[in-house]
Design a protein. Sequence first.
Length: 160
Amino acid sequence: MRALLATIAILLTPVVAMAGDLSRCEIVVVNDVVDEDGGRMTVASYRAADGFIAGVYDADINLVIEDNGHAIRGLICVRNDLVPTEKDYAILATGIPLSLSQDFDSEDSDILTLYFSDGAFRHKYTSDYPMSGELEEALIAQLSDFSARDHGLVSATTNE
């Protein structure tokens, strides 16, 4: 029986580890490009998030909230489980929105964006399918817990 439990634990380790995985994340930076005729275009670019994430979790590294002079407008992370984890709280407490998806490039994938607005952490769910009751219940509980903490965002405004 112990051997069976050990085997199951080993097989499930990658799945559990991916729940709060931050290795497949990118920051979102938006900037305006103006052409020689005065035409204007807004361009979003996705860049490595290593510097931002390091500043969130390591007190010895300054928190980076811009990239090449452009404000970080969000963090996107690919993961299977969209319920925010305890690790995500530190990111959300910066005031920068966090978007989670199984695959941002797929039309069939869900996208969950978490952000702070009107004194609480909120979410926006985008999918062709309704959110499951189980996901919604877990999400509401986690965001309520995050909102009740002393995160210092009471007067912050963030990008929704």
